[in-house]
Write a protein that binds this ligand. Structure first.
Ligand code: SAH
Length: 349
């Protein structure tokens, strides 16, 4: 049997594998603790596992799914990581320190199919989905970059790719990241951001209670949104909001709508009013995202004054609306600036 990528396995998968090998199920707990709590991926260092079992595991399992190829530090403390995959592909992620929080932005695909006009990842096209292990291992590898006493507190699925376009693997990763014997991330500490794949949203059922949901809206009318986000031709705003309204939320939880402000495109006061009307009936809040300009992408950032005026309209309509400060712009690690530099498949700066 070819070796299995260990981080692809949910606890149930792992228990099954162990049973086939004649190993006891408590080994699953031990392995989870070593991998995800202690950050040890070398079987010979797993001191509560017998030498014999260590050797069998080393033959049966590959403990790492990805590795860090390169890192880049931003002036604001943000760090961009370039990860290498087993088949020679690569992808990026971002570590964002923010007060007591340490957020990791993870990718879910190499490239993306969605083709949003403002996004740099879209320019690469879609290369492939990431496996559950490749998603989970981003948290392991990024954790190793942190000093003692510091750990990743939040995971946002906002890196390269569309998470709902790789739903099975994203769900599996969320399950693995949530185990108490592992990283133990609660639903409050994992946010999945989607461009609005309504069929997938509708199929989530009570799964939506296992993470926070963010929806990239980016426009308040279908004409503008379809121009910016081709996915809107398939799932227009009414369908998207209807799906959001049906989502099972926990008490007091709200859906976050993300809205990139693009100069002269969607940032006028009439856009703000239209947005307020759309969102008002929902349990929702709005994150306004200043556009991160990148070469080859023909949009401009909205000015400070106009941003505040836009926000004011939403606040006056009694909506929660934040302007999200974008981090890591100097190293192209901010929203919409990720691509895999070393695959040679995307236009480079
Ligand atoms: N596919 C998912 C997750 C990746 S994009 C989604 O669409 O939500 C994560 C966020 O970055 C989205 O809200 C997107 O609208 C925003 N974004 C993309 N390109 C950007 C750019 N150039 N500047 C600012 N935000 C951008």
């Amino acid at each position: 049997m070819p070796p299995v990528f260990l981080k692809d396995l949910t606890r149930e998968d792992l228990i099954k594998q162990l049973a086939q090998m004649g190993e006891k199920r408590f080994r699953a707990t031990q392995l989870f603790k070593w991998l995800y709590q202690k950050g040890v991926a070398d079987f010979s260092r797993m001191s509560d596992i017998s030498r014999l079992s260590q050797e069998r595991f080393a033959l049966a399992f590959l403990p790492d799914s990805i590795r860090v190829l390169k890192t880049q530090q931003s002036r604001d403390g943000t760090e961009k990581l370039l990860y290498g995959l087993h088949d020679g592909q690569s992808m990026e992620g971002v570590l964002i320190p923010d007060g007591r929080r340490m957020t990791l932005c993870v990718s879910t695909q190499v490239g993306c199919k969605m083709g949003c006009a403002f996004c740099r990842t879209a320019r690469m096209g879609w290369i492939r989905d990431l496996t559950a292990g490749e998603i989970v291992d981003q948290v392991c590898q990024a954790s190793k970059r942190l000093g003692r006493g510091s750990r990743i507190t939040n995971v946002v699925f906002m890196g390269m790719g569309e998470p709902l376009d790789n739903l099975d693997n994203v769900r599996k990763a969320i399950e693995i990241l949530g185990y108490p014997e592992g990283f133990s991330f609660s639903h409050r500490r994992m946010t999945v951001s989607t461009c609005g794949l309504v069929d997938k949203l509708n199929g989530l059922g009570s799964w939506t209670k296992r993470f926070r949901l963010a929806v990239s809206l980016n426009a308040a009318d279908n004409e503008t949104r379809s121009r910016l986000m081709p996915v809107n031709q398939r799932f227009p705003i009414e369908k998207l909001l209807a799906a959001c309204r049906k989502i099972t939320l926990r008490n007091r939880e709200r859906v976050t709508f993300e809205y990139i402000l693009l100069k002269g495109v969607n940032d006028g006061l009439k856009d703000a009013k239209a947005l307020a009307r759309l969102i008002a009936p929902l349990k929702a809040k709005v994150n306004l995202i200043p556009f991160n300009e990148t070469e080859d992408i023909p949009f401009k950032r909205t000015g400070e004054k106009e941003m505040l005026a836009f926000q004011e309209v939403l606040l006056n309509a009694h909506l929660t609306a934040m302007i999200r400060d974008s981090r890591g712009r100097d190293i192209s690690a901010a929203c919409g600036q990720l691509s895999s530099e070393e695959t040679g498949s995307g236009p480079l700066r």
